[in-house]
Write a new protein. Structure first.
Length: 280
């Protein structure tokens, strides 16, 4: 069940009977801005300082959900950052508040959660395998810069050809190596038969790649993940059925609409509210 308190949300392990569309929107609370008072928090519970459609914050949220960890969520507007958010952080999300401490950065917070709440394990027991997983995460995650560059096309006056060129570079430099990695492992997920830390850390960037054809429909076919990347596409379909991903993620059309509104005036709450009717 979900218990709403002021503008933040406490997560409890969900019943499988809850409608997926209802589950998808449960963290869409107000984004606090400078001048607004910070909500009260329980220092003995995890509090996630979040921005609802930030891919890096999504990493930490997925770990929380995958492990079934109860947590409070506070959304902040990154264009009008509250002073209580910037103090003692890098001014970026995610940040975890716990026992009077502020823990920043997606990889740091995710590793902390995995150690603080060891079950279910999200990393391989073998230290070498864990290091290789981290290497894969670092290699794939650099795709974020290319994706963001495509989304900024309207402000940088990029041509359609330039967008496609950037996307093709992402395929060559990131997706093809990821295809080889999955094929060499011979498993459905990077972690094995179920999603693990590496899967959750790279998923948010694929989620945003999937919205590209909807963001730029005139060249959408050229911005689609190639069908011949069989392992990548199988992995994507499996991740889309993952419970944590279904709880947190947005379907591609809605995600594209959110980003369109977001880049218009950076009104986070409006972008969420005006797209809530989009179900795919």
């Amino acid at each position: 069940m979900f218990l709403l308190q002021a503008s933040h949300i406490i997560y409890r392990r969900l019943s499988a009977s809850i409608d997926p569309l209802q589950r998808m929107t449960f963290l869409e609370s107000h984004h606090f801005v400078d001048g607004e008072e910070m909500p009260s928090v329980d220092p003995n519970k995890i509090t996630l300082i979040n921005m609802r459609f930030c891919p890096y914050a999504e990493r930490t949220a997925l770990v929380l959900l995958a492990k079934g960890i109860p947590f409070d969520n506070i959304n902040v507007n990154l264009k009008k950052k509250p002073s209580w958010f910037t103090e003692g952080t890098f001014g970026k999300v995610p940040v975890i508040l716990y026992k009077g401490k502020k823990i920043p950065e997606s990889l740091i917070t995710s590793d902390f959660l995995d150690e603080e709440y060891p079950e279910p394990a999200l990393y391989p027991v073998d230290r070498l395998a864990k290091a290789i997983d981290r290497k894969v995460v670092e290699a794939v995650s650099t795709i974020a810069g290319k994706i963001f560059k495509i989304y900024m096309a309207d402000t940088t006056q990029q041509s359609e050809e330039e967008k496609v060129e950037i996307f093709n570079a992402a395929v060559t430099n990131h997706l093809i190596p990821f295809e080889k990695e999955l094929k060499n492992r011979g498993t459905l997920f990077l972690f094995g038969s179920r999603a693990g830390m590496a899967d959750y850390m790279v998923w948010p960037f694929f989620e945003r790649m999937l919205q590209l054809p909807h963001s730029f429909p005139d060249i959408g076919a050229k911005l689609a993940i190639p069908e011949d990347l069989c392992c990548v596409n199988t992995w994507i379909k499996a991740m889309q059925q993952n419970e944590a991903v279904k709880l947190y993620g947005f379907p591609p059309k809605r995600s594209a609409a959110i980003y369109k509104l977001y880049f218009e005036d950076f009104d986070y709450d409006k972008a969420l509210a005006q797209t809530s009717h989009i179900k795919e």
